[in-house]
Write a protein that binds this ligand. Structure first.
Ligand code: FAD
Ligand code: DLZ
Length: 507
């Protein structure tokens, strides 16, 4: 009797655990575009298009390799609408009673598979450097789960940028070199791909079915198969990597991508393997083509942050995305969905999110994330927003970044202090403020930058929790040194801004 081998839309890797455990001669691969997955949050149309196009091409490749693949397109008659429903349909069709799955990257879907009335064997997803038990062994008994120490273990485990048991160059981390504002001239552009016939068919489907979702579908240029993703990797290491480190934290008004790789979606859906990506970067360093701060900075994001986030998500369990220790409850303002705003940094970050389904890390953390935290927006609403609008968003990586790193809603498990800043940080790292309707140098009064006002509002709201944090004590001293009239007017103006925003006025 054949078994069903489930391959999800972010499991498009030839070496997937379920495929490795299968028998090509008798087992049947099940892949399905389903309304449940495409509709549980309002995904950006580009994200849906990428996943469907890449799924179709991966299915064709598996068939070419001799697999029996049962593939359901979204508009096929008989499409059961959910992953479990599709498995049941294929079980009936083939007589199979057993499913081999690779653990999904979201508790919701793990739960759905566990409750599916078929025998489901769920294998650990081994497309990561650290297994669940390795992460737990590292975490057990530690008071603080700091990424940096986990990262060093991952360097030792992979041997990446190591000389014996020592980090190359003598330091583990070169982040202090990675904080330059963007140069005037950015010559690099990411590699895009012209949609082929198969991708065009998907674009038409997505246009017809998801027209109301936030986000611009065309032009669509993402890589949709492994060969293209490998070309995107090659393009990045050849052209952008040398300057990746220097400008990693920079934001530029007229350039959406700077020297970022745009590889996250390809890695997350399985078109690229984490080790192959990191080894390609390491090789450039060894050849003398890129500086250590670029190579180390990039590799840290992947074997450090990415692996660490996954560890946290699975260790903390299904309730993690609902955490809200700061009890923030503000409704997500319409400006996150493109309503006009005079805050240039917010307008530009949301505009490019709508157009590209992409914003780089500092935009997500220090612009839209920072604003959400300062304004006290419900972290659950922000979580749903980030999960919806980015092409690379899957809950295992998105939730710890949003709920933990960006919103401090886990109480400091991921971040040792909240990532909040006034307009000053945005002014230092970007050129938005030069063309903003607000004045970043004004702390109060007409035209004062809302980040300046909200920063003190946040600090004041959460004094009890953060005053004792040594990394924040200095800011409380600064606040307390202001004369009381000024303190009062900052807080009143911040409240006025929030009231206007809540009332739906343009802010
Ligand atoms: P680069 O800047 O070129 O970085 C290289 C690679 O490092 C990325 O491709 C990615 O694989 C990895 N990486 C970098 N930072 C992180 C990080 N903090 N966590 C995990 N991996 C990282 N990343 C996602 O992949 N999916 C998400 O849903 C996601 N949501 C986020 C939400 C918030 C609020 C924040 C602050 C960050 C989020 N990130 C997420 C992390 C990061 O912003 C993206 O990985 C990055 O912007 C992707 O663009 P890139 O490929 O050009 O990255
Ligand atoms: C994100 C997504 C979307 C939009 N659609 C599908 C789909 O139709 N079929 C599928 O197998 N997977 C899809 N995915 C990816 C899943 O939602 C993903 O596997 C889970 O969120 C776990 O990471």
């Amino acid at each position: 009797v054949s078994r069903l081998i489930l391959v999800l839309g972010d499991q498009l890797s030839e070496g997937l655990a379920a495929l490795k455990a299968a028998d090509k001669a008798r087992d049947v691969v099940v892949m399905a575009e389903v309304a449940d997955e495409a509709g549980h949050v309002p995904h950006h149309p580009k994200k849906i298009a990428l996943i469907f196009a890449a799924m179709r091409k991966f299915a064709a490749q598996l068939r070419n390799d001799g697999w029996d693949v049962r593939y359901a397109k979204l508009d096929d008659t008989g499409n059961a609408g959910s992953i479990c429903g599709e498995l049941l349909r294929r079980a009936e069709e083939t007589g199979a009673t057993e499913v081999i799955a690779t653990e999904p990257g979201e508790w919701r879907l793990i739960n759905a598979l566990q409750h599916c009335p078929l025998k489901v064997r769920m294998l650990e997803d081994d497309r990561f450097i650290a297994s669940h038990s390795e992460f737990d062994n590292w975490a057990d008994g530690r008071k603080a789960l700091r990424m940096e120490y986990f990262y060093r273990d991952m360097r030792r485990k992979t041997g990446l940028l190591m000389e014996g048991d020592k980090p190359v160059g003598g330091q583990w981390n070169y982040d202090h070199d990675n904080r330059k504002p963007a140069p005037d001239e950015v010559t690099h552009a990411p590699l895009w791909f012209e949609p082929d016939e198969e991708t065009k068919e998907v674009l038409d489907l997505v246009e017809a079915r998801f027209a109301d979702n936030f986000g611009v579908l065309r032009p669509f240029g993402f890589a949709t198969n492994r060969e293209q993703a490998l070309r995107a990797l090659g393009h990045f290491v050849d052209h952008a990597l040398p300057r990746f480190g220097d400008y990693q934290d920079a934001i530029q008004d007229r350039n959406r991508f700077l020297y970022h790789s745009l590889l996250s979606a390809y890695i997350n859906i399985g078109l690229l393997d984490v080790l192959e990506v990191c080894q390609a970067v390491e090789k450039e360093y060894e050849n003398g083509d890129v500086p250590i701060n670029a190579a180390e900075g990039f590799i840290r994001q992947i074997i450090g942050w990415r692996e660490y986030m996954r560890g946290i998500y699975f260790r903390e369990g299904p309730e993690y995305p609902t955490r809200n220790v700061l009890k923030h409850s503000r409704t997500l303002p319409a400006l996150y969905w493109g309503a006009e705003t005079d805050m240039r940094c917010m307008a530009k970050a949301v505009e490019q999110t709508r157009d590209e389904a992409y914003a780089h890390h500092i935009q997500r953390l220090m612009v839209t994330g920072n604003f959400g935290l300062l304004a006290g927006i419900d972290p659950g609403a922000l979580h749903e927003w980030y999960l919806s609008v980015y092409v690379d968003a899957f809950e295992w990586v998105e939730a710890p970044n949003t709920v933990g790193m960006s919103q401090f809603a886990d109480g400091g498990l991921v971040a040792s202090k909240p990532y909040v800043s006034s307009g000053n940080y945005i002014n230092k790292m970007s050129d938005h403020c030069k063309v903003c309707a607000y004045s970043v140098t004004k702390k109060t009064g007409e035209g004062a930058c809302p980040f300046n006002l909200l920063y003190w509002h946040f600090m004041d709201r959460h004094r009890e929790r953060f005053e004792g944090n040594p990394r924040m004590a200095q800011m409380y001293r600064t606040f307390d040194r202001m004369d009381s009239d000024k303190r009062e007017s900052v807080l009143n103006e911040a409240q006025g801004f929030l009231d206007r925003m809540d009332a739906g006025e343009r802010v």
